[in-house]
Ligand binder design. Sequence first.
Ligand SMILES: [Zn+2]
Length: 444
Amino acid sequence: MENVNASKSTWSDIFKGSKGTKYSVEDKTVNSSQSSQDSISSSSGSDVKNYRPGGSSMWSKNPKRQCPFYKKMPGTAFAVDAFSYGDVPGITSYFLTHFHADHYGGLTKKFANPIYCSKITANLVKKRLNVPAEYVHALSMRQEHIIDGIKVIFLEANHCPGSVLILFTLPDGRKYLHTGDFRAHPRMELYPNLQNCTIDKLYLDTTYCDPKYDFPMQDDVIQFAVNIAVKAVRENDRTLIICGTYTIGKERVYTAISDALDCKICVLSDKKRVLECLDDSNLMDKIVVGEKSARLHVVSMGKLNPRRLLIYLEELQKIFDNIVAFKPTGWTHNSKVNSLADLKPAIMGRVKIYGNEHSSYSELKRFVQFVHSNGPNVKILPTVNVGNPQQRAFMETHFEKWLSESTSKMTARVKFPQPRKQTPTKRSSQSTQGTSLMQFLKKK
Ligand SMILES: [Zn+2]
């Protein structure tokens, strides 16, 4: 299969700001407890571990493990995010939804089967994992590709650069939508490929399929971080802003801060090599290596502990005398967080922000109801937190509730008008009872 160039718009264009605008500089959500000008030497507290709430990671390097059924697409020779099971019997094509270790785990330079993924993910797979280019097929976004007689379309998943939802259409017309990891957004309901699309099976990222996980909108969280950074710099011009990241992910947080402060982003050369894979020239224009005087530094999450931050500050004391460090948390959740006002820094000088890249409970529910409105017989297959029967049963009850709510909404939309109440004379009651629907409508 030939490699196809990715379409023009970059990953960040699709979900940048709620109306496609850049984040503005406002102070209204910041109060004195949300940013700190105190020295980080007063910091205390422990780092937060990342985990999938209530469930264990489903990947392992043990190739003897059996590939779970929800990773194999029925009626095809396709598997999705299934690289830690060796050669899976009956599978000839391997799809990778995005470049996060719990999805590509097991993929090495020795892999010798066709892999299909987005252009950005393909860049990362080749450059970071040294998988031979002959096996890595980059598919363009929002276009139909035929693989083994099956139509495949990639759509933006709003999770990390290069992440995709995959829509499969089988020769008999059955359709499967695999969400990979995604953060559902109402804009997805406008994807032309999902309009009037009858999905038969929905493979769903159920990381936060629990009503207790209802966190702020992504755009609000990013605006919150921007506000803190701008306020800190206004109050003390010798403030260094630091943002923690993983290999990829959290780009939207630090690019928004960089836009608001109109500053360069200092990274290590290895991080620059990762960012080069994202094919985002606007981002690369801002990236500098080794320019410590840049106002914004992006570092690995592991460096965001008080001791290391203090050493970092001491090395740069000629330029900066204060640090505000953002630690965007991914899978970590504090169930007490209900609004942005609750997102206070846990320790002085470091600000934990809740920059989640998975769907909240209500976003998930809305997306499922949207899919159900087009495909009333859709079967939902959770792909996260599925190891525990109790959790599976818990999710099932929520799916049933969502679908029955969605069915009643649809029924309400097609409900026939009720006859107006009339004086219960003998004649009128007879005429209504004996009137067909068409006659009734004509009378009205
Ligand atoms: Zn992910």
